[in-house]
Design a protein around this ligand. Structure first.
Ligand code: SF4
Length: 319
């Protein structure tokens, strides 16, 4: 008897975004320019495969700056850092490169601008995520109010509803964020903010691509890490659209074959920090068990590229 048939719908866009590509390139070019070891504060992007690959080339990942020895370069991850981190690096005379995604830096500048003109700020985001810690750390402690869900948006108390603004994490669910903004705008009609939210193009496009396949799929595999916000949101978006068997897998080894045994149409996508090689492995694993066909479902094309920090093209300050 031949293998059972499986139709794979491959969402596009998926996987690496421009911010992730830039961050990885910063680490790779730093290793080439300054030599190993190069220290990186926090996982450069939330993916073990990427982190282990860079470790093998000589990158050392630490959580705190005080773990970085003198005389070696240190890179800040794509998620951004509180202002206190570069300040501490300067105090210690450490040479650092900032791999913060330019779209996260843009939100940091928005936060500063609102503070300058006297707006109290609400950040829509998830407590504890490094991007939220970094964004809240652009202003003095306790200045930014965090709203994580609709209940928070209903309850948040502000100093002056006429001098108020909101910003958002870049990797949220577009639909959930719209609901929270609606509540804030109903409660505080004078609230300032971006046109829609600060969710980045990559997060938005990956969610749209999942929406385009969800109704046709019996199950969806999202390749991504458990601590990757945008990957988790892809699972939620798929489930909200009725695909109850939407699952996060870090690699092909995580696939729960029993759960997808009766699946005839399988969606596959990947979070912005998951490399294509992991998606290829998932598809290859499916081909081993099934007579699989792959249909790519494209909702838009992306051609975003970000510049690298100028320190990489300047003479090295590291001895
Ligand atoms: S997901 Fe968006 S904000 Fe995050 S690194 Fe990628 S482009 Fe930048």
């Amino acid at each position: 008897m031949g293998k059972p048939r499986l139709s794979i719908l491959l969402a596009n866009p998926r996987g690496f975004c421009a911010g992730v590509e830039r961050a990885i390139e910063i680490v790779e070019q730093s290793l080439a320019k300054f030599g190993a070891p190069v220290y990186v504060r926090h996982e450069i992007v939330h993916n073990r495969y990427v982190v282990e690959g860079l470790e093998a080339k000589g990158a050392v990942f630490v959580e705190k700056l005080d773990e970085v020895p003198e005389g070696v370069p240190v890179i800040f991850s794509a998620h951004g850092v509180p202002k206190s981190v570069p300040a501490e690096a300067k105090t210690r005379n450490l040479f650092y490169l900032d791999a913060t995604c330019p779209l996260v830096s843009k939100v940091h500048r928005e936060a500063e601008r609102h503070a300058r003109i006297g707006h109290q700020l609400i950040l829509i985001g998830h407590a504890g995520h490094p991007e939220v810690i970094g964004t809240m750390g652009q202003l003095d402690e306790g200045v930014i109010l965090l709203v994580e869900n609709v209940a928070d948006a209903e309850a948040v108390e502000v100093n002056d509803p006429n001098r108020l603004a909101f910003i958002t994490q870049t990797t949220l669910s577009v639909d959930d964020t719209a609901e929270m903004i609606e509540v804030l705008q109903r409660r505080f009609p004078m609230i300032h903010g971006p046109k829609k939210e600060d969710i980045c193009y990559a997060t938005t496009n990956r969610q749209q691509a999942v929406k385009a396949i969800a109704a046709r799929c019996d199950a969806i595999l999202v390749v991504g890490a458990p601590n990757s916000s945008n990957s988790q949101r892809l699972v939620e978006v798929a489930r909200k659209l009725g695909c109850s068997k939407a699952m996060l897998v870090q690699s092909a080894a995580d696939i729960d074959w029993a759960r997808i045994a009766d699946v005839r149409t399988l969606g596959v996508t990947a979070g912005a920090s998951a490399p294509q090689v992991l998606v290829d492995e998932v598809i290859a694993a499916c081909r081993e068990c099934y007579d699989a066909t792959v249909e790519v479902v494209t909702v838009t094309s992306e051609n975003v590229r970000f510049k690298l920090p100028r320190e990489l093209s300047e003479p090295s300050p590291v001895a």
